[in-house]
Design a protein around this ligand. Structure first.
Ligand code: C5P
Length: 238
């Protein structure tokens, strides 16, 4: 989600000069946690692009729009008034923070995300979030389509089993009753849709650094990525 902390120097920097760190990867790879940690370290804005597809799915379900009605969904995506801060997602005045994380919306998000017109409608929203001093963007196509000129591209991967186990632990810690096998099946299903779709499929950009995190802790991943940030001198001036 985009985050405004106030006090940025919004002076003469054009979008093209605002640095972007693109973090892509499959569901549950830890890219959201990684993106938040890096944005926090640098004091940069944060874009959780998956939240945008989740919002489109949630509002469509609420309004009874079928998840394959491409033109209607694109019009819906283009017309939504979305505001984010650290913890809440407000859409057309309604708090959708919890709704967009439910299982039905999670599954629906990868259906609407496969639609070309929906992706086109969301593209400008994502690029508008590129504001000084920098943006950390997480998703599936940040490095390949939305910000192909990003200063640093990371592709964070992990086995489906480990990703399902991490999600299971997260939900368990929240006191929710969950089934590991169902989580694994849902993750594999979403992977297939995200990798197999015709538009902006999930894949690593040719110039991305690929991190296979199956045997790594999140702190280890953050350390590897932060070293790349420093090597590119992206932490300077913040
Ligand atoms: O990252 P998250 O799990 O919140 O994303 C929800 C869904 O949105 C994904 O399963 C994927 O289908 C879609 N998505 C996408 N492109 C992005 C971010 C998310 O297609 N950049």
């Amino acid at each position: 989600m985009p985050r405004n902390k106030g006090g940025w120097n919004l002076s003469s920097m054009s979008d093209g000069h605002v640095p972007v760190i693109a973090i892509d990867g499959p569901s549950g790879s830890g890219k959201g946690t990684l993106a938040s940690a890096i944005a926090e370290c640098l004091g940069w804005h944060l874009l959780d692009s998956g939240a945008l597809y989740r919002i489109v799915a949630a509002v469509a379900i609420e309004r009874g729009i079928a998840l394959d009605e491409e033109s209607q969904l694109a019009a819906l995506a283009a017309g939504l008034a979305i505001s984010f801060d650290d913890h809440t997602v407000i859409v057309d005045g309604e708090d959708l923070t919890d709704l967009i994380r439910t299982a039905s919306v999670t599954a629906g998000s990868s259906h609407v995300a496969a639609l070309k017109e929906v992706r086109a409608a969301i593209l400008s929203v994502q690029r508008a979030m590129r504001r000084p001093p920098g943006l950390v963007a997480d998703g599936r196509d940040m490095g390949t389509v939305v910000f192909p000129e990003a200063a640093l591209k990371i592709f964070l991967d992990a086995s489906a089993e480990v990703r399902a186990q991490r999600r299971y632990n997260q939900l368990k810690n929240k006191g929710l009753s969950v089934n590991l096998r169902a989580l694994l099946a849902a993750i594999k299903e979403r992977d297939e849709r995200d990798i197999g779709r015709a538009v902006s499929p999930l894949r690593a950009a040719g110039d991305a650094i690929i991190i296979e995190s199956t045997a790594m802790t999140i702190d280890e991943v953050v350390a590897v990525v932060y070293a790349e940030v420093e090597a590119r001198k992206l932490a300077e001036g913040t």
